[in-house]
Design a protein around this ligand. Sequence first.
Ligand SMILES: Nc1ncnc2c1ncn2[C@@H]1O[C@H](COP(=O)(O)OP(=O)(O)OP(=O)(O)O)[C@@H](O)[C@H]1O
Length: 563
Amino acid sequence: MKVINNDSMNMGYLLTDDKYNIIYFNKYFKKFVSNNEDILNKKITVYFQDIKLDKKQEMYPVKYIDNYVYYVMIEELKLYEHDLYAFFFYDFSLDSELEKQILRLNRQQYLYNEMFNKLDDGIYVTDEEGSTQYVNDAFINLSGLTRDQIIGKTVYDLRNHNILPNSCCAKVIETRGPVSTINNYYKGQRCLVSGSPIFDEKGKLSKTIAVIRDVSELDILMKNIAKEENLFIKSKNTYNAETIEHKKEPVINNENMKIIYNKAQKIASVDSTVLILGETGVGKDFIASYIYNTCNWKNKGKFVKINCGAVPEHLLESEFFGYEEGAFTGAQKGGKKGLFEEANGGVLYLDEIGDMPYTLQVKLLSSLNDRMFYRIGGTKPVEFNARIIAATNVDLKKLVDEKKFRADLYYRLNVVRLIIPSLRQRKEDIIHLSQQFLEYYNNKYGKNCYFSAGCLESFLGYEWPGNIREMKNIIERTVLMSDNACIDTGLFRENLMNGENIVEVSENKSVILDNKSLKEKLEEYEKEIIEKTLLLTKNMKEASEILGIDISTLVRKKQKYKM
Ligand SMILES: Nc1ncnc2c1ncn2[C@@H]1O[C@H](COP(=O)(O)OP(=O)(O)OP(=O)(O)O)[C@@H](O)[C@H]1O
């Protein structure tokens, strides 16, 4: 701030005599008066009514007659024995160039705002700490949120409260790089969210911006095309959803799981035996195939899986080790390769190893130790160089103690042990897994479902006795059953009840039992699935393909359930 004494300046001063009559005023005041007489010799209080004449050498605001506010400072002067007063008026309003620039900026901001609000794509801007700074109208429409709910809140808070559970900007901040996500919004719109970091001139993260594009229609179109293509591939190849699903990235948020997957990665390229333990459905097969897929041995052999509990005992040996021609009555001409040979150079995955008959355990152990075996009826040793990964959901050590499993085989298998925790012990994975399955089934059934915040909370409260597999099945059911895009807690619970007769939800762990037999319940469920599938598909052919049964079975079932 400076005192401006120049007549041409945007500030004014005037002089009065000792009675406060104006005797001089500069050009600044001249613009307000038509001639000098209008102001000269008038009391200053005529123009500045609230001026405090006794307040000297102190600056304070006063109003001119047009109500414009100035800051005034009064000084006493002596001129040729006359007592005079000098009044300095400071106009703190911005000078005109600056004012023009601000106006221009305001106008520009208004125009940008208008432009952003005309876009069909949503825009979301945060600062470097994830605090929401700007959203356009399209985002408000897509999300169903109000600006009050989000502006000033961090994307982490919004993520934790499930308001924006899959925040792209949060991921941009975490990775400091561009990120794309697929998010579902409240009316079930599927949106492609492309987020980018914005760095300042020193390379420091300054903002993140995400553009949210509703791809629902495009998605449906793509799904239709994919469906057609899949039908084609299916007829040519043994295409199967499970294979495709296995190629998906593992969900690993839980710290324990990170350690386990890290270990799996480390041992992927060596051929030590791995024993995977964990409850049913926790992802034992999944991590076994992850190990196989992660190792990049050139020309590696196949991943051969056998469920030791599913093959009748009398067939197990021949399934495993194969046989020579004439080995037994009914043996195939030319003999047959067993799974051990099939898996050569690759991985032999022995699921439910705890169910392996005791007698066969001896042969397995000697094959592992000697790295060779004999086909049934064979005399020539066959080299064995597959890697063994075994898994079980039973307490193998207990079986050893009960003498149902050989201790030497147990220790031979137990070289690297991976114990997969249950889903309730890794709640951090629940939401991500559920989103992954939702996306998978949305794609599979051409739907756009999303979970309500309450439903996600119920997921966290539920015990998941069947772990990830149970979650996957429930999500498939709810996606199929939902009439609306939103899958809420009610639908989640309903589908728990349809599938299981025991329901444990939240802390209550209420047990709901009814008098129906399992067969009746399964029939009810089957009927419901068929009804829904028929409703969702164009014809019987499509329905039977989705259900994975042939048309004649579908017709029979329709008759059985009187549909
Ligand atoms: N980390 C993961 N990320 C994503 N999906 C997973 C993960 N782990 C498991 N799954 C999925 O969970 C489902 C069950 O996994 P899996 O079949 O491997 O369980 P399991 O423990 O072998 O079950 P069981 O004991 O009945 O053989 C599968 O659909 C699998 O694709």
